[in-house]
Ligand binder design. Structure first.
Ligand code: ARG
Length: 366
């Protein structure tokens, strides 16, 4: 039996990875967690249903293209099994008129060493998304005797998990920023809630973004679950919609991070990086003024890259400024046309979940 699952960070040489699929993707109906999230001026406000078939086809084409780039470089690629996401769901605590998608896997699966854990997402529409990955988890379980197949405590997601009328329709961008600065987010603290994409893994240290999708109780839960790791809560006050750390603060290799210039890590949280001689560089500007149609994310998916090893990175093909910056930082850049997959949940990093990277758990902040 072989070792199949092992990954401690986002930069060690990548050997095996999961790439999402767009099939049957939905724009989910509003619910306490998401109605607060969709910007008031977004074209997606108030609309829900299956995403147009043409966009699904095109999104899948982009992802297949990424798969080919990875396979050509010897990386083994696994794919989830999509469900019929337009089904209504219910638990003893809530009902929702549909699910969402199995894009992006990064939000659902957290790999730490030989363990892959399904997260405790705060969106009701994502409650059963992990099922798309269960066939793969079973396969890893059968083939790798060391693999730990884990599910984080499932949140109940009753109405008590959310602040209601948290944003009224008229809230301005400035008011949103004040809320972010005050660490006042839509979720309450009645239970741990977190998205895997809010967790940045760096060996012995986990940097976790406190924001709209991950709460304080989750930080506490992580520290108790992993007593041998150091859990750091991080905040990016410039982000009016703080969801997922991977378009904000992105490591390229040990000692080097690119940081979104509109969402700078506060001085006091930089100290640990500076004390250990890490360089935090402002990311280059995105090449686009607008995200593609029906997209939840911002133009900063420009920096949402997939590092294949400490010298090689995949960057979206149209993001010429980001490519140029990576090149200057000494990385070999592989362009990949992925932009039409953005509406399904994100860029190159989001669209993937680590299965195997060479390397061990190191202490980068001794
Ligand atoms: N909140 C980020 C932005 O709009 C997008 C992050 C997407 N990441 C993900 N793992 N789904 O800039």
């Amino acid at each position: 039996m072989a070792k199949i699952v092992n990954s401690w960070n986002d930069w060690d040489p990548l050997k095996r990875v999961i790439v999402g699929r767009c099939d049957n993707s939905m724009i989910p109906p509003e619910e306490p967690a998401t109605s607060e999230k969709v910007p008031v001026d977004s074209e997606m406000r108030g609309m829900w249903g299956l995403r147009p078939a043409k966009t699904v086809e095109r999104g899948n084409e982009c992802l297949d293209n990424l798969v080919k780039i990875l396979e050509d470089r010897g990386v083994v690629v696994d794919r989830p099994t999509p469900l019929q996401w337009n089904q209504a769901i219910g638990t003893p605590d809530f009902r929702n008129d549909s699910m969402m998608t199995c894009m992006p896997p990064r939000d659902i699966l957290l790999t730490i060493g030989n363990e892959i854990m399904a997260s405790a997402n705060s969106f009701r529409c994502r409650y059963f998304e992990y099922l798309a990955y269960w066939p793969l988890m079973k396969q890893y379980f059968d083939e790798d005797p060391d693999f730990l197949w884990t599910q984080a405590p499932r949140p109940r997601l009753t109405d008590a998990s959310y602040k209601h009328n948290y944003y009224d329709e008229k809230i301005t961008l400035e008011e949103r920023l004040v809320r972010t600065a005050n660490k006042d987010f839509v979720t309450t603290e009645v239970e741990p809630m977190w998205d895997a994409a809010d967790v940045m893994r760096m060996g012995k240290d986990l940097f976790i973004q406190h924001g709209l999708t991950t709460n304080r109780t989750a930080m506490d839960w992580f520290q108790r679950y992993y007593p041998e790791y150091r859990v750091h809560a991080v905040n990016f006050p410039g982000d009016p919609y703080p969801i997922h750390i991977d378009a904000t603060f992105v490591p390229l290799r040990p000692g080097l991070i690119i940081n979104n210039p509109h969402r700078k890590l506060p001085e006091e949280q930089r100290a640990i990086f500076e004390a250990n001689d890490w360089q935090i560089v402002e990311a280059a500007d995105p090449a686009h003024d607008e995200p593609p149609a029906l997209c939840y994310s911002s133009v900063w998916l420009s920096m949402n890259c997939l590092v294949l090893d400490p010298k090689t990175v995949i960057v979206e093909a149209s993001e010429v400024h980001q490519q140029e910056q990576m090149d200057k930082l000494g990385m070999n850049v592989i362009p990949c046309d992925l932009r039409d997959a953005y509406p399904f949940g994100g860029g190159l990093h989001c669209s993937t979940a680590d299965v195997y990277r060479e390397g061990d758990c190191l202490d980068y902040f001794p």
